[in-house]
Design a binder for this molecule. Structure first.
Ligand code: F6R
Length: 615
């Protein structure tokens, strides 16, 4: 986990790197650094803190000139966040400079060997070990940088996306990848290297995404040459045309990315089903699914693996798949699944859900399932991400870049896509009539407008947030399709406001959590008209008689809950399996406003990072 950026070309590298690092801060933001070559001299600046702290330090400490440079924004794995452990790291001779996203697992044994050979280390990082290993090999075997990097990478175990340069050859950057993402932007006589395409999107739309175990030699005035690390063979990499634009990755007038992304949901959901939901024909078309329908239909069961918010989307999907497509589903935390020796059959289908497509545990679960012969289907947002490439097939959510660390539009678009899949499978199995399918498609098509309408409660939700912002605990309750939404609401609140919150199935309340309820406990209850409504109303009554404060999410026009609740937030009516797409919105807004009122860093909450590429 970390963001890396590099530039080699005719422009000044520093402004490109700085802006790129700001865009990549979602990947980590506990320290940052930059190295720039100017007339065979390297200028470094590294600091604990954010990219803004780096910018301040650069302006007072070093020359920011040079048209080759690399930069890094860190999320610490080895060694605490401090100036010394920040990247770039330099080899003992001072010639080789590296940035690294990932973990070198066998760094300790390599470090011991290098110390025996006289190398010294100033940081606690695995990365400083790697750059010195490269140097040792380069000197010992009298190799060019590219060859030395290749040889060194054959000796390491772990994950990496790296960029390395040699100050004595200021015309070249070597980049390589295994397990962490790396894109190379190709401009006119200039090249960009980054963890994703956002740092270079305004300069070029052409990019190569390196595959695992590939190394690129990026040389001024030459074409990028990509080789396999294993055997040096040349790779014929495809240059992809990028579809994202600059407006998509900036705040567009909102105070925070999270708010922007909450408001983007009507369009994001529309983009998820665009071209796939064909109401007039009464069909769903998902190209990634079409050739594999038999795998799903004949599956012994579907296993869904994911983490965090994506896991919550998986839980919603469990209800939808079992209800609509009548296929048994198990939902697993990827991190638990991969380590508990699970029973996986060859006729199981594994669906991996991941916004970033880079989550290490989800990726490991995929590899495990593949090794047992199961079919793997990836549901990812980031195009070209590792999970999307590791899966046998899959479908993108097309939510656009999600920058806020707290996931919002990724969740609703995942549910949208999984609903489309369930409907397609139900119709392929012949267990849903044409007219039922059409009705569902019509309802789904109306969702973006209904989400828009739901967003109109924003000002009222802000008022409610004022009342509860200083509360120490929250409880979230929901049933059926809305139980996972309760979990998601609680997660959103804790991760950005640091208020303790728990989600429960409403009926479980009386088996324990009810003991928490008193006049100081706000309880958010999802009580939409469809789905055990009467039962949830009884739960609300139980809360009321214990003086708990009730914030109810209800269907437009509801009257019964209104009489009982302290605050009522209405959402438009829809068919039951689609309610999570509407009930999620007020919970996102509630957590957003509380966090803003508490003056928390909404887009970059403490201790978190956007893509968790470590186990
Ligand atoms: C919560 C959040 C995380 C992610 C989780 C999985 O708001 O963003 O819980 O959902 O880290 O990430 P992806 O979906 O990228 O695999």
């Amino acid at each position: 986990m970390c963001g890396i950026v590099g530039y080699i070309g005719h422009r000044q590298a520093y402004p490109i790197i700085l802006k790129g690092l700001q865009r990549l801060e979602y990947r980590g933001y506990d320290s940052a650094g930059v190295a720039l070559i100017n007339e065979n001299e390297v200028n470094f600046c590294k600091t604990k803190g954010k990219v803004a702290d780096l910018a301040a330090k650069v302006s007072s400490k070093i020359s920011d000139k040079g048209n080759l440079g690399i930069g890094h924004t860190r999320w610490a794995t080895h060694g605490v966040p401090n100036d010394t452990n920040s990247h770039p790291h330099v080899s003992n001779s001072g010639n080789l400079v590296i940035i690294h996203n990932g973990i070198i697992e066998n760094y300790e044994s390599i470090k011991k060997e290098l110390i025996n050979r006289g190398y010294t280390f100033s940081s606690d990082t695995d990365t400083e070990v790697l750059v010195n290993l490269i140097e040792e090999i380069k000197i010992r075997e009298n190799l060019k940088l590219g060859r030395a990097v290749r040889q060194a990478l054959r000796e390491v175990v772990g994950a990496y996306a790296i960029a390395v340069f040699d100050k004595t050859r200021p015309d070249e950057i070597i980049a390589a990848k295994l397990g962490s993402p790396l894109a190379i932007g190709i401009g006119e006589d200039e090249f960009f290297i980054a963890s994703d395409a956002s740092p270079f999107i305004e300069y070029t739309k052409n990019a190569i995404y390196l595959e695992d175990e590939e190394l690129a030699i990026i040389k001024r005035g030459h074409e990028v040459k990509v080789r396999k690390i294993k055997d040096d063979s040349l790779v014929n990499s495809t240059i992809q045309e990028l579809k994202i634009n600059i407006d998509q990755i900036e705040k567009g007038g909102y105070d925070h990315f999270m708010l922007k992304e909450i408001y983007e949901q009507p369009n994001a959901i529309l983009d998820t089903f665009r071209g796939r939901l064909l109401v007039n024909e009464g069909i769903v078309k998902l190209s990634g699914l079409e050739n594999h329908l038999d795998k799903f239909i004949n599956a012994r069961r579907i296993i869904i693996v994911a983490c965090g918010t994506s896991w919550h989307a998986g839980l919603v999907a469990e209800y939808i798949f079992e209800d609509l497509a009548r296929i048994p589903v198990e939902v697993e935390y990827a991190s638990e699944f991969r380590y508990r020796n699970p029973i996986i059959y060859e006729d199981d289908v594994l669906i991996a859900i991941s916004q970033s497509g880079e989550t290490a545990d989800t990726l490991a679960a995929i590899k495990l399932a593949k090794s047992k012969g199961a079919f793997v289907f990836g549901v990812c947002n980031v195009v070209g991400s590792t999970i999307s490439r590791e899966s046998h097939s899959g479908a993108y959510t097309h939510a656009g870049p999600e920058i806020g660390v707290a996931s919002t539009k990724a969740f609703t678009t995942q549910i949208t896509l999984l609903s489309l899949m369930a409907l397609r499978l139900a119709s392929a199995k012949g267990i849903i009539s044409k007219s039922q399918l059409r009705e569902h498609l019509i309802e789904l098509e109306l969702i973006p407008e209904k989400v828009k309408k739901g967003l109109q409660s924003d000002a009222y939700i802000q008022e409610v947030s004022k009342v509860y912002k200083d509360t120490a605990n929250f409880l979230y309750l929901g049933r059926g399709y809305n139980f996972p939404v309760a979990l998601e609401g609680a997660l959103k609140l804790k991760e950005i406001s640091y208020i303790h919150a728990e989600g429960y199935p409403a009926a479980e309340m009386k088996h324990g959590p009810i003991a928490l309820i008193d006049e100081n406990m706000p309880i958010v209850v999802i009580a939409t008209k469809k789905g055990h409504y009467e039962k949830v109303v009884s739960n609300i009554q139980e809360i009321k008689s214990r003086k708990g404060k009730i914030i109810a999410i209800v269907t437009e026009g509801d009257t019964s809950v209104k009489e009982l609740a302290d605050h009522v937030i209405e959402v438009p009516e829809t068919t039951e399996f689609l309610t999570p797409l509407l009930t999620t919105i007020p919970l996102q807004l509630l957590s957003y406003h509380i966090a803003v009122m508490l003056d928390k860093n909404v887009d970059q909450p403490r201790n978190l990072a956007k893509s968790v590429t470590v186990e």
